[in-house]
Write a protein that binds this ligand. Structure first.
Ligand code: CDP
Length: 196
């Protein structure tokens, strides 16, 4: 059986936590597609060459979670040829036997428009910046907020695969929601679609 859960949304909205929890609960494989773009961004050199030659060990680098890697990712992610080079891997992952959860920016719109469940997870920029700032554990909140806003702008305004909800995505605004409540809501939606 293949069953795809597509989770999109801006930085630090809670996509990662929700995706990992769903994968664990339903026994699905999980792909954080942001890591692909982060790995291409930090590799340096020609981004298209980096995307075409991306290897599994590139996804294990310790520095992929840094703010700098996120920044580099959102720059290379605006290059259409880089996005195109990463499509086949993501689609294969999505349709693998046993079910898959993919989180990113364009999973429900471009990578898997046929996904069985599509969620768009969002929260106010201030709340997302606060979460990211706590997670990083250094620097000043205002700088993190400025970076969140800059990355939102770049992701939503790019011409190729901009960040936007699919027409049939379920919206999940986590601004006023605990992460447990958000996971419970997402799990309810998946269970209903699986007929459990
Ligand atoms: O964890 P966070 O939301 O901060 O970032 P991420 O999901 O790791 O993504 C980093 C950057 O990669 C984003 O700002 C996007 O520009 C890009 N990205 C994308 O364009 N498409 C995806 N499917 C995933 C990430």
């Amino acid at each position: 059986m293949s069953f795809t859960i597509a989770i999109d949304g801006p930085a630090a909205a809670g996509k990662g936590t929700i995706s990992r929890a769903l994968a664990q609960e339903f026994g699905f494989a999980h792909l954080d597609t942001g890591l692909l773009y982060r790995a291409v961004g930090v590799k340096g050199g020609d981004p298209l060459k980096a995307a075409k030659t991306l290897a599994p060990e590139d996804l294990n680098r310790a520095d992929l979670r840094s703010m700098e890697a996120g920044e580099a990712a959102s720059r290379v992610a605006a290059i259409p040829e880089v996005r195109a080079a990463l499509i086949a891997f993501q689609r294969d992952f999505a349709r693998r036997e046993g079910g898959a959860v993919l989180d990113g920016r364009d999973i429900g719109t471009v990578i898997c428009p046929e996904a069985e469940v599509k969620l768009f997870v969002t929260a106010s920029p201030e709340m997302r910046a606060r979460r990211r700032w706590k997670e990083v554990g250094q620097g000043c909140y205002e700088d993190v907020l400025a970076q969140v806003r800059a990355r939102d702008a770049r992701d939503t305004e790019r011409a190729d695969a901009p960040l936007r909800p699919a027409a049939d995505a379920v919206m999940l605004d986590t601004t006023e929601m605990s992460i447990d409540a958000a996971v419970a809501k997402a799990s309810e939606i998946v269970s209903a679609r699986l007929g459990r």
